[in-house]
Design a protein around this ligand. Structure first.
Ligand SMILES: Cc1cc2nc3c(=O)[nH]c(=O)nc-3n(C[C@H](O)[C@H](O)[C@H](O)COP(=O)(O)OP(=O)(O)OC[C@H]3O[C@@H](n4cnc5c(N)ncnc54)[C@H](O)[C@@H]3O)c2cc1C
Length: 403
């Protein structure tokens, strides 16, 4: 057996695992897939990764990376036989794309349906999971057209297939910079090289906010999680803490009741900021206790099956310090815009880092448009992200026709 063989520890229900596998396949890299739904495999993964419970895990020998980003994947596969990267890196011969979309969430997948139907060649660059946040959400109940609701991964797959039917190309790469050249072309820096485009649509959405506690970083994957659909199934008959008082927290806590024996929801304020329907469901759920006026001071670690993992949390409730037992904690306290790659660009951001767009969804840089959750003032819903994608695509067509 090759001790340097690449291995992916994952599960069939994990969207990030599917994305990692797709990336490795596109790179033509050989790897072995190990299903952690089988308890022996999960034990093997825990041992190799010092008790980590977040998937996917990419391993090579004793080295491992939990949910690796593009740079970490490259570092790990370095030396493993590869057929090369399928990437449209056309700067040397000035291969200018009519439209590049950054992110492949609902906003840009919808936009790509419109641009490609109008014969505008479109490439979407995605750093994580195709379908964005929708792909890692359990059930979406309020997206029009699905009277019974639809599973997030299923909606993501439908959006992807529809965009691809008209010729949209999805490539896996992380965008790290954007500059408008003097000739009006937009240069995009990616983890796989540079690309040029006449128009760009920013649809990079947002990522989970962190509490900022040292123990939160220390126990990430070993009791601290940010995605219930990804990691919830590891907590069958266990006690969990959910932090946050908004819609995401309520929705995800209800999803986690499928696995956990009990859930304590910790809310900083004295009331919910979630919709009445969700709050009613939470209130009558026998497995859930809600604690208002409660903050987490630190998570407590301890030995579990020979590994250092979360065993509880130090909390402050109504001004009094308490400890609470928990096998894990899921944190849903809001979202931060994915706009780091715009820091050195001329694209204007608001005070909280979201992209400013006008009513035509134009940004401050000609040829660069914005849609979805990353836009300043967005409603952070799939239906509105999809609608903005359609509007932006029509504006992109007008922009291209006017040049
Ligand atoms: C827990 C939870 C539950 C939700 N439930 C609902 C619901 O029931 N109904 C509803 O309507 N909405 C719901 N939402 C909100 C909904 O998921 C979002 O509004 C929607 O996904 C926004 O789409 P988007 O395309 O703007 O962004 P996203 O879905 O965030 O997609 C952005 C994509 O861009 C990629 N990206 C980011 N940066 C880069 C980069 N530098 N380079 C390349 N790619 C990049 C990301 O990986 C991501 O795939 C929920 C959200 C959460 C977190």
């Amino acid at each position: 057996m090759d001790s340097q063989e690449l291995k992916v520890y994952g599960a069939e229900w994990c969207s990030y695992c599917r994305a990692l596998i797709k990336k490795l396949e596109l790179k033509g890299v050989k790897f072995k897939y190990i299903d952690v739904d089988q308890s022996e495999n999960r034990r093997q993964m825990n041992e190799l990764t010092d008790g980590n419970e977040t998937i996917p895990v990419l391993t090579r020998g004793e080295e491992y990376k939990v949910n690796p980003n593009d740079a970490e994947i490259e570092a790990m596969i370095n030396g493993v036989k590869s057929k090369g990267v399928k990437m449209a890196n056309g700067v040397e011969n000035e291969d200018i794309k009519p439209c590049i979309m950054i992110g492949a969430g609902p906003a840009n997948l919808a936009a790509a349906v419109y641009t490609t139907r109008e014969d505008i060649d479109t490439i979407l660059l995605e750093k994580g999971v195709v379908g964005g946040l929708a792909a890692i959400t359990d059930i979406i109940d309020n997206y029009p057209g699905f009277e019974e609701g639809i599973e997030g991964p299923k909606l993501a797959e439908k959006l992807e297939k529809q965009a691809e039917r008209f010729g949209a190309e999805i490539e896996f790469a992380e965008v790290s910079g954007l500059t408008r050249r003097e000739d009006g072309m937009i240069k995009i820096d990616t983890t796989d090289g540079e690309m040029l485009a006449r128009t760009v649509l920013i649809g990079t959405g947002s990522d989970h906010k962190k509490l900022g506690l040292p123990s939160e970083t220390k126990y990430y994957g070993r009791g601290i999680h940010y995605c219930a659909t990804c990691d919830g199934a590891f907590y069958r008959d266990k006690k969990l803490v959910v932090v946050g008082g908004g819609n995401s927290s309520a929705q995800e806590a209800l999803f986690l009741t499928r696995f956990a024996s009990h859930i304590d929801i910790l809310i900083r304020k004295d009331q919910w900021k979630a919709s009445d329907v969700l709050v009613e469901e939470i209130e009558k759920h026998p497995k859930i206790t809600v604690h208002f006026n409660t903050t987490v001071e630190e998570f407590i670690g301890g030995e579990v099956d020979g590994m250092d993992k979360v065993v509880g949390a130090k909390i402050v409730k109504n001004g009094k310090q308490e400890t609470i037992d928990a096998d894990g904690a899921f944190i849903f306290i809001g979202l931060l815009p994915n706009t780091d790659f715009l820091k050195n660009s001329d694209v204007k951001l608001d005070d909280t880092g979201f992209v400013i767009g006008d009513e035509m969804l134009r940004t401050s840089v000609p040829g660069v448009f914005v849609a979805g959750d990353v836009r300043s003032g967005s409603t952070a819903q799939i239906a509105s992200a999809v609608g903005e994608g359609a509007v932006a695509a029509l504006r992109i067509r007008e922009y291209l026709e006017s040049r």
